[in-house]
Write a protein that binds this ligand. Structure first.
Ligand code: SF4
Length: 540
């Protein structure tokens, strides 16, 4: 009855109906046996809950709207294999299902299940081409100034203690606290400049300290120390305040703060961190999508990684390769931008996984290279066997040292003053009036990768090969606009990652629907493509 009614109501089918017809059951209940205890199964099939979660993100619906769609949408019933009179389920089952996915790496296992089905259906393969890029994700919580963070941290702790032990709290409360913390702390511009801001911050500081001292005293109820907001308050105070020599609590200056990756931005989501990338400034997370980009197959998301915002893209390159290898989906060529790529990454990808990592290696940032004049690193010949560098004037370096800069090894060749001081080309080589020139290069294997890549990436052939990377930006844009990727719906890194995985799977569903039925919905087939097809010309 569901099938007959769905086809009568939607004669062209919908993406959900197409999926059901082509892939049958995307998730089976047996796949989720480990999520639920034997006698604790939800009233609704876990396999169907997984598909509803994906459809929910495909249409960017709230939990209530998704549960309503299960009850009222014929095509959803068709996709889920439900009878027309199936009453569906309470919307709270969806958040409970996501909470289970947030444990361990269950969300990634769900994506793995989908990818396995797609590989089995011949829609995805390893050893092809894939591309990766990242975008910023705004936290679900309000962005706070440092002053608001201090005030809100005290307020959140007071709220939690009021609920846990109001009798203990009552004698501590000062009359001014009702006004200060009785409602959301919102602070605009503080008149009086920096001194007034500091005064306000130290007022919050004293209140928070009073609360912490009382709660951590030996005669305080031990459970107060276990309260989440008390621990957050304690950490925020370490990040934002210090004791001066006179024993006064002081507000830290901006330069004395811990790094953004350590300090909290909000007491309500301690995983949300501040970051700036080019002209974008945000507090939240960063998500990395990797998708297949083979010409003869649909482009499908194969890997999703969510990190706190300050984690740099290059820190994810190895993890992406390792995870794809475990899924037996490691590509032959992985196309990325500069942020994911160093000579060390290129070498490891090839050595460990046989992956060609394609992207522009960072340009030489020496003064001479930036100016486009003078003797940059490329102008020096390296004699690796004798551990020497030979400069454009033919002088040989006098010493050869190993350096360690930020965890990276460099080899530094230093030229003798007796060569450099009288050199007629000195102005092109060094800006120092007294010191001779030195050149730092990567170890041999990495230096050769770097030099070769910098030459390759200037050729038209390389540029054409690399042009495919731009497609991942369109994928991220599609996920931001159609599936709500830009803002986290949930608090915390793990739950945000679950959202990102479900979003990626929703993207895959819509890509597959387009692959099976490339006619844009709501319009007829494009006239020109119809003409080409009729005339026997391939349009793709
Ligand atoms: S300044 Fe020293 S290193 Fe530079 S070209 Fe002259 S001799 Fe060679």
């Amino acid at each position: 009855m569901t099938v007959r009614t769905a086809w009568a109501a939607c004669p062209k089918g919908t993406s959900v109906m197409l999926m059901r017809d082509r892939l049958d059951v995307v998730f089976a209940d047996e796949d989720f046996a480990h999520l639920y205890p034997v006698n604790g199964r939800p009233g609704f099939s876990p396999g169907q809950l997984a598909l509803v979660s994906v459809l929910q993100f495909a249409e960017n619906l709230s939990d209530r709207a998704a549960a309503d769609a299960v009850r009222t949408r014929i095509d959803w019933k068709y996709g889920l294999g439900l009878e027309l009179d199936d009453p569906g389920f309470d919307y709270s089952l969806l958040s409970e299902f996501r909470a289970r996915l947030a444990e361990g790496n269950r969300a990634d296992q769900l994506l793995q299940l989908m990818l396995d089905r797609l590989v089995a259906a011949g829609l995805l393969k390893g050893r092809g081409r894939q591309r990766t890029d990242a975008t910023h994700v705004l936290a679900a919580v309000r962005r706070l100034s440092r002053l608001e963070l201090a005030g809100e941290s005290v307020r959140a702790a007071l709220e939690e203690i009021s609920e846990a032990d109001s009798d203990w709290l009552l004698p501590l409360i000062e009359p001014a606290w009702a006004k200060r913390y009785g409602r959301k702390v919102e602070i605009g511009k503080v008149p009086g400049g920096k001194a007034a801001v500091r005064g306000r911050a130290e007022e919050f500081g004293r209140d928070g300290q009073k609360l912490l001292t009382a709660a951590l005293a030996s005669d305080a109820p031990p459970r107060l120390r276990m309260l989440r907001q008390m621990e957050i308050l304690r950490q925020v105070w370490i990040h934002q305040y210090y004791w001066d020599r006179e024993g006064q609590l002081r507000w830290r200056e901006g330069t004395a703060l811990p790094p953004a990756s350590l300090r909290f931005d909000s007491p309500y989501d301690t995983d949300a961190h501040y970051c700036v990338k080019r002209d974008v400034e945000w507090s939240g997370y960063r998500v990395h999508f990797t998708e297949s980009c083979d010409q003869d197959l649909p482009h499908l998301v194969t890997h999703v990684a969510t990190t706190i915002a300050p984690v740099q893209d290059g820190q994810l390159t190895e993890k992406i390769h390792d995870d794809l290898a475990v899924r037996r989906l490691a590509p032959a060529e992985h196309v990325v931008d500069t942020a994911y790529l160093t000579p060390a990454h290129v070498k490891r990808a090839q050595r460990v996984h046989g992956i060609t990592l394609l992207g522009p290696i960072l340009a030489d940032n020496s003064r001479q290279a930036k100016a486009g004049s003078g003797f940059d690193k490329a102008a020096f010949t390296i004699d690796w066997d004798n551990e020497q560098a030979i400069c454009p004037r033919g002088a040989t370096s006098a010493s050869w040292n190993k350096l360690n800069v930020s965890g990276h090894t460099y080899l530094q060749a230093h030229f003798a003053e007796s060569d450099c001081r009288p050199c007629p080309d000195r102005a092109q080589c060094t800006s120092s009036a007294t010191r001779s020139r030195s050149v730092a290069v990567l170890p041999r294997a990495l230096h050769e990768i770097q030099t070769r890549s910098r030459l390759d990436q200037q050729t038209d052939q390389w540029q054409r090969r690399y042009a495919i990377r731009a497609g991942i930006e369109a994928t991220l844009s599609q996920n931001v606009r159609a599936h709500g990727l830009r803002r986290s719906r949930y608090r915390g890194l793990t739950r945000t990652h679950v959202q990102h995985v479900l979003t990626a799977m929703a993207c895959n569903l819509s890509r597959l629907a387009d692959w099976y039925d490339p006619t844009p919905s709501g319009r007829g087939a494009p006239h020109f493509r119809t003409l080409c097809t009729t005339a026997g010309f391939a349009s793709t």
